[in-house]
Design a protein around this ligand. Sequence first.
Ligand code: NIG
Ligand code: FE
Length: 416
Amino acid sequence: MKTLITNIKKLVQVGSSPRKWVAGEEMSVLPCFSDAYLLIEGDRIAGFGEMDRLDRSKLEETDFLQEIDASGRLVLPSFCDSHTHLVYAGSREIEYIDKIRGFSYEEIARRGGGILNSARRMRQASEEELYEDAYVRIEEIASLGTGAVEIKSGYGLDTESELKMLRIIRRLKETTPLLIKATFLGAHAVPEEYKGRQTEYVDLIINEMIPAVAAEDLADYIDVFCDKGFFTIEDTDRMLNAGMKYGLRPKIHANELDFSGGVQVGVKYNALSVDHLEYIGEKEIQCLLGSDTMPTVLPGAAFFLNMPCSPVREMIRAGLPVALASDYNPGSSPSGNMKLVMSLGCVNYKMLPEEVINATTLNSAYAMGVEEEVGSITVGKLANFYITKPIPGIEFLPYAYGSNLVDQVFLRGKQL
Ligand code: NIG
Ligand code: FE
């Protein structure tokens, strides 16, 4: 089965040679074709180009060919959301009100709210209801243009519940058309029963959880919330070291609440990404330059928690790549809307439309290790893309921040 999309006003983020990521000044370069076509065969991109170069004689008549006229519309590769916690139980709007009343994220965590609140609910919830709730969230983000998503555990905080979360993620991998990666985040917080015994909890993660996760091959990556009031550099060092022995590459929660050293320990262990980065200066930027670690900023969390914005312009000026992700979770970012993430990137971080598109496609694909499969319109990659409503140009996407402009979604070559 072939699908041919014709008369595309602009085909965005096209690429012939595979690119690892775009960094520095290159982040404002977005390769596009005007008046273009896109050809899909099975689940893959089979060709694209300008309309006047479309050779219809090459499209064999025997194959069923569906044709879609995209006049006035743009086609973009699906968003890659490289940082989410979208498997969770219940919601936390009460803490949202506490925040409005002036309590900080750390104060709410100390009062037994925050991650521990979600952990209590996670432990009680059945695998079936957790799966169904997560499935609904996945359907929603898919309709908003996301085609690849990384999902973390980290609300179980005991071996059985962490495994339960990861098994749900595995089931989502099997039952949805999105490209999904799973990250083990046992070190999200110290659970209630280990209060005051943080090192013992770290021992449990190292000696019991990581081997159990690896035995069932449930995770692609390992994460640690390495920050003030959560896990220390020493804890992080030990856990990353243990994870790497089982082939789990790190993706780190770093420098959200302080200059925690999380960036440095992440780079030391060749992390795929270091995420959040509200507190990042010259030292961290220098450490990231020349590494294979993608600095990832989560504008939804900074917006929702009213935190300082990470210095993205300085990072780009220094020559770094930047990825953007949603951090979809019930506490600090209850939305997986990547188009809104682009708008926040533009307004709050002074990123250009071209930069936020690069940051949410190619660069975020790298940040979750799927850059060879998705993240650009490239022959051979998965046909994960969306057709917009009729709009003037790419700038209109982040500009019209409240409108859903995603009209038709294709994942693995099939229209949703
Ligand atoms: O990425 N920073 C740590 N973890 C999450 C928050 C999770 C929660 O509050 O439930 C985050 O923002
Ligand atoms: Fe997070």
